[in-house]
Structure formats: C-alpha cells, structure tokens
Design a protein around this ligand. Sequence first.
Ligand code: GAR
Length: 233
Amino acid sequence: MSCLMAGIYKAYDKKMINPNIAILISGYGKNMEAIIQSSKNNDLKAIIKIVIANKDCMGIHTAKELGFKTLIINRKEMISKNSFEKKLLSILVTNKIDIICLAGFMEILSKEFIKYWDNKILNIHPSLLPLFPGLNTHKRALKLGMSVHGATVHIVTEHIDKGPILSQGVVRVFKTDNEKKLKERVSKIEHILYPKTISEFIKNLNNNQINDIDIEKSKNNEKNIDTLMSINV
Ligand code: GAR
C-alpha cells in the first residue's frame, strides 16, 4: 500500500467546491439511492463519480441503470485484503475522489487505507452509536428493550464504529415492533440523515470546521457536527 500511495495527488488539499464522491456499497443500495437523489435535487452539492461494490449486489445494478460509473472489485476473488485495497485505492485516485461514502459497505478497511483518506471517509451505521456497534443492531436493540433506536453517520477511523459522530437520527421503538418493522423505520431515517449529513460535512469542511478532528477524542465519539434529528416515521 505505502509504495502505491507515495507521492500521489491528494485532491483534498484544496477547497471542496463540488467535491468528487465515491459511494461504496455491498447490498441493496438504498442509502446510495438517497444520496443520488439528493445530488439530483441539487441539495447535495457534490459529484458522484463512481459507485463501487465489493461483490455483485443489487445496488450496483441500480447505479448502472441510473447511468453512473460502476465497478465491482470482488473481494473474494482478490488474493488478499491488501491487493483489494490497492485496487480500490488506485480506482479512487484515478477518479480524483475527495470523499468516500460507505453506504452498507461490509468490508473492514485497514488502518493505512483509512489514514490515507485523512478523515474523508464517512459511514452510516444502523444504531445510535456508541450503542450497538457491529451487526444485528435492530435485533439487539429489541432484545435489550430499548425505547429509542436509530442511525448514526460518523467519520471512519481505524476503530470500528467509533469515529467522530456527525449526526444521529432517532426513532421510537414500539411494543409491537419486530426486527423487520424497526429496520424499516430506521432505514427511512437513514435516507434522510445521510445525504443531509454529507452536505453539511462538505460545507463545514470548506469552512475549516472539521479539519482538525482530534482522533484521540473521537474514541469517545465526541460530536463534531451536531445535527441530531428525531423524525416520527
Ligand atoms: C444500512 O442500514 C446501513 O446502515 C447498514 O447497512 C444497510 C445498507 O442498506 N450499514 C452497516 O451495517 C454498516 N456497519 P442499503 O444497501 O440499502 O443502503
């Protein structure tokens, strides 16, 4: 990885007027669709340059049908995580990507890869972090009898699901809820929260408000942009 990264163009040294975004997915791509829609509405002032998946999935076909440049880098067909990331990095650099948006991208990225992007990788996670990092978040929230649940957009750091929180969306948990019903309501809030947060992230970045993120503090999930939203869905 390090030799590939040596001396290459770092797009984010400049102001990000209409930054280039890459969306990384692994599944249905509903968050990707919400980001695309927001960009089409001109609410999100960014250029979606490419959608990349780590396997063949529904979202990549949707992106293709919508006319976006797409690529599958099949992780299972790559010899190692390192070769997967090398390929991914070279594609991102070739496309002059400024910001990476993980949207249901189920791949753990290495410390080196994350460090290279210098706090410009965002992720959406289906829980109110720091509660329920990892998988099966809705099931676990129900099992613990939570009365609220939701989604979090955060900056990706080497500590999984522990990066600085940018925004959170909250939904109530009803007695009649099951995993499917709760997931549907959290998904609805995700599709509002993620595009809005990316948009605010770009604005704040240009105002130099989050260039100095203290990664040590981020271990405690301190908030850098506070856009907590609570929507009755
Ligand atoms: C979303 O619910 C997202 O929060 C979750 O995957 C789903 C992707 O759905 N992400 C994670 O669990 C990351 N740890 P989508 O493909 O329809 O956007």
